[in-house]
Design a protein around this ligand. Structure first.
Ligand SMILES: Cc1cc2nc3c(=O)[nH]c(=O)nc-3n(C[C@H](O)[C@H](O)[C@H](O)COP(=O)(O)OP(=O)(O)OC[C@H]3O[C@@H](n4cnc5c(N)ncnc54)[C@H](O)[C@@H]3O)c2cc1C
Length: 452
């Protein structure tokens, strides 16, 4: 039994079925993550901003100090699920509760080495690397001694169909020679950024399109690899990590840098993305809760009384508050269900629930934050509140890790496969209906106007 108060703010939004599943250790950890974010991160937000403004492409000293502290307190790498031997021991469901709390501050996850894309990359390396590779890349990443990027998307390909990825990888006996262009992935202006986990095309004529691609590790300062330009995302530079456009010109890496083996990039990509999507969604919910809190405070501000009423006394705002609360709690149910499904049945079986989260949460979160901006008035759109950055984050998650249309397409195709079985069931209704009409002397009319 844990002595933690499960009615406190770290837990009070969790549904009872989730609370019932949390183990005592996890309860302690969730409470500690809550205390960490509330005391070490929320009050330090302006310090982080000031330090980034002073030295854009350097990890702020605040973050480095907090990372040391969090590591010493065992609050590091919590995202790595308990079936990995390197895991601190939480299930996906238990970690999701932590991820929501981390989302309250955009960079809080980083203080605990739980930020994207590190989480996906660490999980990939833990799952698919041999011991030597783990020593070289996984260990320093888990110790927080360097950072990494995942590099798949290309400027001249529709990258949501990864079979089209064209970056050329010529695999020789000792070396792989790489030529191509890539988009996104953190910029190596920041010295902590040490490796790109790169997906490219190594066997373009293989009749099986799922076996044409290879994933390997490229040191971020390899000769021939240049950053063509830094990419802003909706006008923000996202320093100190940022995003970039990269050119690979005859970049050479040893064949030992290939992960899992040539032609196996799709096995890796599929294993990587599920958990990362859930983490993004839970952090988004935490962030949206904070936007909602700002709206609540605005509702009772005695200085702001248009027509002599509190902003929260207008019916339209009472309804907005209710709608936001209902949507927030429903988003959480969807994502926690996805995390639990992954724990119980595995990532593959959880694919529908993961897609459900990825499609619902970014859109709903952006809508809620938009309403919070509206309630906040003009200042909700300025740097006086974190709302514009929050909205931008929600908006970009609609595309990052795969656009929502691609997830809907997948779900829709799977659903259509269920149509023949549904039709058979309906034919049985029809048959029975005909028999009943005859028995009771009622004129027969086909269900839906059609005889199947
Ligand atoms: C902030 C941000 C960070 C990112 N970080 C990374 C990163 O670290 N590493 C990385 O490799 N990439 C990253 N990306 C890229 C991201 O993963 C891709 O943008 C995304 O996968 C879509 O690929 P695309 O841009 O080529 O768009 P396209 O594939 O061209 O898709 C554009 C549109 O086409 C339609 N479409 C495509 N496929 C389907 C489908 N199956 N069904 C229905 N409609 C469809 C949709 O309307 C879709 O929105 C990032 C993107 C952003 C915005």
């Amino acid at each position: 039994m844990s002595s933690v108060n499960m009615e406190g703010p770290a837990f009070n939004r969790l549904p009872p079925w989730v609370k019932a599943k949390l183990r005592p250790n996890a309860i302690e950890t969730i409470q500690r993550v809550y205390d960490w974010v509330e005391t070490e991160c929320v009050p330090a937000e302006p310090i982080y901003k000031a330090q980034v403004a002073k030295n854009k492409w350097v990890t702020p000293p605040l973050i480095n100090e907090l990372r040391q502290k969090a590591k010493a307190q065992g609050l590091f790498n919590l995202f790595l699920p308990n079936h990995f031997k390197e895991s601190p021991g939480l299930t996906n469901l238990e970690y999701s509760c932590c991820a929501e709390i981390m989302g309250r501050v955009y960079w809080a996850a980083q203080t605990m080495n739980c930020q994207a894309p590190e989480t996906g990359n660490i999980e990939l390396l833990a799952k698919y690397c041999n011991d030597e590779q783990k020593e070289k890349w996984l260990k320093p990443l888990m110790e927080g001694k360097m950072s990494s990027a995942y590099s798949m998307t290309e400027p001249d390909r529709a990258s949501s169909d990864a079979t089209t990825i064209g970056c050329e990888m010529k695999i020789g006996e000792k070396e792989v020679v790489i030529n191509g262009r890539k988009l996104y992935g953190n910029v190596s202006y920041n010295e902590d950024m040490q490796i790109y986990i790169l997906m490219g095309c190594s066997d373009p004529t293989n009749p099986d399109p799922w076996k044409r691609h290879t994933t390997l590790v490229v040191p971020s300062r390899a000769p021939g690899l240049t950053i063509k330009r830094h990419l802003t995302i909706m006008g923000y530079d996202w320093a100190p990590e940022g995003h970039g456009e990269y050119v690979y010109e005859n970049v050479r890496v040893p064949v030992e840098n290939i992960i899992l083996g040539p032609g196996r990039a799709f096995e890796i990509a599929q294993g990587r993305l599920g958990p990362g999507r859930i983490h993004h969604c839970m952090r988004l919910i935490g962030q949206t809760e904070r936007a909602y809190e700002l709206a609540l405070i605005r509702c009772i501000d005695p200085q702001l009384k248009p027509r002599g009423k509190f902003i929260g006394e207008f019916d339209s705002n009472i309804e907005r508050i209710a709608q936001m609360r209902l949507q927030l709690d429903s988003m959480r149910l969807v994502v926690l269900n996805a995390a639990d499904t992954m724990d119980l049945l595995g990532n593959k079986a959880g694919k529908y629930a993961i897609a459900q989260s990825k499609v619902l949460v970014p859109v709903m979160a952006a809508k809620i934050i938009d309403e919070c901006m509206q309630m906040y008035g003009g200042q909700g759109l300025t740097q006086h509140t974190p709302l514009p950055e929050m909205w931008t984050y929600a908006r970009f998650v609609r595309i990052a890790d795969g656009p929502d249309s691609a997830h809907r397409h997948q779900v829709g195709r799977d659903q259509l496969k269920t149509a023949p079985a549904v039709k058979v069931r309906h034919q049985a209704y029809q048959k029975k209906h005909k028999e009943l009409c005859e028995k009771w002397g009622v004129d027969y009319v086909a269900f839906g106007g059609t005889d199947y």
